[in-house]
Design a protein around this ligand. Structure first.
Ligand code: MN
Length: 130
């Protein structure tokens, strides 16, 4: 069965870029543009992986991730946290919130599918300090 990926992104251009990167690889894409929609879509659709923008209107990506981790049906879903400003300590904060991996924007269109493939294959956990 095709793997389902939930893409959480409020910027239409970034969403389009991720879509164009992943569609040709046969993934089924679900989309959400704010934190609340992201949470609801995750618990109702049970995606195989979530790409989570951290800067979102309303509930931010860190809080959505924390809430997902406390929800038994989605507590193990792999999450890639994506952020525009890679400030010191951001990576640690994102991993601490419960994301398994971290990418900075603009998303590298080669790195993203490689990371996804790796995460769908085996349990992956980024080192928060590297
Ligand atoms: Mn954003």
């Amino acid at each position: 069965m095709d793997k389902k990926i939930l893409v959480v992104e409020d910027n239409p251009l970034n969403m389009k870029l991720i879509e164009m990167t992943l569609k040709p690889r046969g993934y089924v894409l679900l989309k959400a543009s704010d934190g609340q929609e992201a949470f609801i879509t995750a618990v109702t659709e049970h995606p195989d992986l979530i790409i989570m923008d951290i800067q979102l209107p309303g509930v931010n990506g860190l809080d959505v991730t924390r809430k997902l981790r406390e929800t038994p049906s989605v507590s193990d879903t792999p999450i890639i946290g994506v952020t525009a400003y890679a400030m010191k300590g951001d990576r640690e904060k994102i991993i601490e919130a419960g994301c398994d991996a971290y990418l900075s924007k603009p998303v590298d269109t080669r790195q993203l599918p490689e990371l996804i493939a790796k995460m769908l294959l085996t349990k992956y956990k980024a080192n928060p300090s590297s």
